[in-house]
Design a protein around this ligand. Structure first.
Ligand code: 26Q
Length: 822
């Protein structure tokens, strides 16, 4: 038992203390003295949940009475992270919980750390969904998040001998205090078999033969907003076998097969696919997709019917369904199926409803990430949906012949079905009333390039809606000291109404404020240095420049450019003693997971760790550079890393990063960005002004022009003329870094010669020199402390635009048209 403090508690704090002790007693059958810290965590979480539930009942009634329109946000990923602190913050109870826990001999941060991250996502897209649900609730807009209750979230990364290894993330091992099982709302989802259509009494009917039924059981996580009275929820579907066991097999003594069948059903919600920005036509993934959308659509229609009766034409007035990238696209034909087969509507009637109900967000323009499914697989697993999709395609082809007569190349490019594949983005474009990109630049590329033919056809409205982040998690919660400092100057409205953050600009030159701002950054760096010491065994100097690149590992994000630059710096320090003398110390920090099947990305992780080994232990450079790879990057580690950064690396190949959202988190917490004109960086530049951000490199159109040509000459010229770069590249294969010369040959090879005769696909070589110069300038500017801190403050003060509340406002005004619940 921890040592309890004896400070005086207020009456309401006493009441909370009683509640927590009561939970420990009743939930675990333990007295407080015997409770483990984990039990205390659960008890706290349950008291928070109770408070949210009290509001839930009321909020539910109000929404019902108002007959309000609702948003269903369908996403295969909701990267929620931990919930205890954000929920407490949203309920305005942070101080109360802090005092009570201290009174019980604990601290809130220490208890909060015991919660497993809900890592139900890969990266940006999943975290965006989580930020959105926070903003929706804070803005009193009725919305449900819908996803799969993966038993295993994104893998846990363990670095062994410099290599990434993957371990299962069994986040539910200690139970999940936030969820409420709803077995009574279980629905059936059918796969496979054959479909027989028939007319019975003049009605069209569909019969299924040999199909396989799986149960979908929902779990609800209630979510509260900041200073808001409404409660929304995240609905997580879990797959179950329809019979607990196949009793026939069981009775015939085939116990093992009976268990196997059950396992087979449950495998659907077992694990999150760890690939991002890349898709492979895996059968299980297709099943996951249908599982989520079928369960969700059945629920949506049932809820609609309970509230509004059977006037299905009213669906678009009461329901809007948002598809987060193409992964939930099958919701569209599934709604057609439910309306036609189970509610008896005709095609036109159903189509009219569907095309006024769905909206779609695209998150990538990279061709390897655009989803397509083999037709045979689709037909085998979803025979009825296949029929519907085929009819959608047939009608689309008729329309295209009218709009673009005789242009067969266009027809093929725009088709839902072609080359024996189903193209999910085209299905969305052919049926959603609204389509949006996630930054201005990205939306321009959609309109001018990959979706130009659909854009010109005017089927759906196209919108540019720049991503955002919730300020509740990404500053108020993870950087309390900075939050307090800001609020002490401009009040605390900015947490809910981010435009007020602008007022901070006038303190950018205030001496006292600057001092305090710098002290907070420094303390965050000290804390991170401790974390690094504990987890990596590396000593880093909190006075050095913390240069951070943390995000998924992907060639287009160009961690490789960062690495080559570190190598070049290191070489120069070794060669030039005058340079070494005046060099300002730098700590390069990486955090990144690679998809387990992405060999090259995993090799880059090994490379980062190898150059870290080499550089960190080379006494000749007198600790001027340190390289740290933080293991298992995820939401909770991001919360520690981002607040400690001086420099934020946002260096993707222009045109490839749809938006980025990490970039916004760094900016908000006073890091200065080095970045390309890509994704939302373009808008960050607009907001903060060119004096407060370091932009370099080729622009999106320049990259596009080069991608069309091999560019071998250009690459060769640079290779010959830039000695620093050439040396760094050669070191990849000459045994400098590791004794095995060949270990990093693939990285060398792909940069210089490419995979199919196109060298330097991601313009690492072509952007290197500007990157290096920009880095150099930043080191110089950093030493002008006064100037740097002013820049850092300007970044924080200019970040208001990137609140996800603004983003949600844009979605609501343009697409959803939900009314806030009073
Ligand atoms: C699809 C099919 C099969 C298996 C996996 C997938 C899959 C899973 C995740 C495909 C893509 C993703 C994730 C994409 C993603 O995170 N995109 C990012 O979205 C952010 C939010 O809009 C943007 O800020 C980033 O620029 C974008 O890369």
């Amino acid at each position: 038992m921890a040592q309890a403090k004896t400070s005086k508690l207020t009456a309401s704090e006493e009441a909370l203390k009683k509640e927590i002790i009561g939970k420990v007693n009743r939930h675990f059958g333990k007295v407080m003295e015997e409770a483990t810290p984990h039990m205390v965590y659960t008890a706290c979480a349950l008291t928070v949940r109770d408070k949210i539930m009290e509001q839930w009942a009321k909020s539910h009634q109000t929404v019902k009475k108002m007959g309000a329109k609702k948003l269903y946000y369908l996403s295969f990923e909701f990267l929620m992270g931990r919930l205890l602190c954000t929920n407490i913050l949203n309920l305005l109870q942070t101080d109360t919980y802090q005092h009570v826990l201290e009174d019980l001999g604990y601290s809130l941060p220490e208890i909060a750390e015991l919660e497993n991250d809900a890592g139900l996502g890969n990266g940006g897209l999943g975290r965006l969904a989580a930020c959105f649900i926070d903003s929706l609730t804070t803005m009193d807009l009725p919305a449900y998040g819908c996803t799969i209750r993966y038993e295993y979230g994104l893998f846990r990364q363990k670095i062994v001998d410099g290599y990434q290894t993957e371990l299962p993330d069994s986040w539910l091992d200690h139970g999940n205090a936030w969820e409420i099982a709803r077995p009574e709302e279980t629905v059936e989802v059918k796969f496979g078999g054959e479909v027989y259509t028939d007319w019975v009494d003049g009605k069209f009917v569909c019969n299924y033969n040999n199909s396989h039924t799986i149960l979908a059981m929902p779990y609800d996580v209630p979510l509260c907003g900041y200073k808001s009275k409404i409660v929304n929820k995240l609905r997580l579907w879990s797959s179950k076998s329809p019979d607990h066991l196949d009793m026939k097999a069981f009775n015939q003594g085939d116990y093992v097969r009976a268990i196997e069948e059950k396992e087979l059903a449950e495998v659907i919600s077992k694990v999150l696919y760890p690939e991002d920005n890349h898709t492979e036509g895996k059968e299980l993934r297709l099943k996951q997709q249908y599982f989520l959308v079928s369960a969700t659509l059945q629920w949506i229609l049932k809820e609609f019917e309970e509230r509004n009766g059977q006037d299905w034409s009213k669906i678009p007035e009461k329901v809007v369904i948002h598809i987060n990238d193409t992964h939930p696209t099958m919701a569209i034909p599934e709604m057609m199926r439910l309306l036609m087969d189970e509610r008896g509507l005709g095609w036109e009637e159903a189509w009219d409803i569907v095309t006024h109900t769905f909206a779609y967000t695209n998150h990538t323009v990279m061709s390897e990430a655009l989803e397509k499914w083999p037709l045979d697989m689709f037909r085998k697993i979803l025979p009825r949906l296949y029929m519907i999709v085929e009819e959608m395609n047939r009608r689309l082809m008729e329309q295209l012949e009218r709009v673009y007569p005789g242009d067969h190349a266009k027809h093929k490019y725009m088709a839902i079905i072609s080359d024996n594949q189903v193209f999910m983005a085209n299905m969305c474009l052919a049926s959603c009333f609204a389509v949006n990109g996630v930054s201005k630049l990205h939306t321009d590329i959609l309109k001018k390039d990959i979706f130009a033919d659909y854009y010109n056809m005017n089927n759906s409205e196209f919108y540019a809606i720049t991503n955002g982040i919730t300020f509740r998690r990404w500053i108020a919660n993870c950087n309390p000291a900075l939050t307090e400092l800001i609020s002490s100057k401009i009040g605390n409205e900015w947490i809910k109404d981010a435009k007020h953050l602008d007022k901070l600009k006038k303190y950018a030159k205030d001496k006292e404020f600057k001092k305090q701002f710098a002290e907070i950054k420094h303390q965050n760096k000290v804390n991170l240095a401790e974390y690094i010491k504990e987890h990596n065994g590396i000593e880093v100097d909190p006075d050095s420049i913390f240069d951070v690149q943390c995000k998924r590992l992907h060639e287009y994000k160009r961690q490789m450019m960062n690495v080559l630059h570190i190598l070049a710096e290191y070489n120069r320090l070794l060669e030039d003693s005058a340079y070494l003398e005046k060099y300002y110390p730098k700590t390069y920090i990486f955090g990144a997971k690679a998809a387990p099947g992405y060999t090259r990305a995993k090799l880059i992780i090994k490379l980062i760790n190898s150059i870290g080994e080499m550089i960190n232990n080379d006494t000749r450079i007198k600790d001027k550079i340190k390289v740290v790879f933080i293991e298992n990057y995820g939401v909770s580690i991001a919360e520690k890393l981002i607040i400690a950064a001086d420099i934020s690396e946002q260096i993707s190949t222009a045109g490839k990063e749809a938006s980025g959202t990490g970039n916004m988190k760094f900016m908000l917490n006073g890091a200065v960005t080095i970045g390309t004109l890509d994704g939302a960086n373009v808008e960050m530049l607009e907001q903060v002004g060119e004096d407060n951000i370091y932009i370099f490199g080729l622009k999106a159109d320049e990259v596009a022009a080069r991608v069309k040509f091999a560019g071998a000459d250009e690459v060769k010229d640079i290779y010959s003329s830039n000695t620093a770069l050439r040396r760094a590249l050669e070191q990849l294969i000459d045994g400098t870094i590791v004794p095995e010369h060949q270990m990093f040959r693939d990285l060398y090879q792909t940069l210089l010669f490419g995979d199919y005769g196109f060298p330097d696909t991601y313009m690492v070589i072509r952007d290197f020199e500007e990157y290096m110069k920009t880095q150099e300038q930043m080191s110089i500017d950093y030493q002008n402390r006064d100037k740097w801190i002013e820049m850092a403050i300007m970044n924080t003060a200019s970040a208001g635009f990137f609140s996800s509340d603004r983003t949600i406002g844009n979605y609501n005004d343009n697409i959803w048209h939900l009314k806030p619940i009073k």
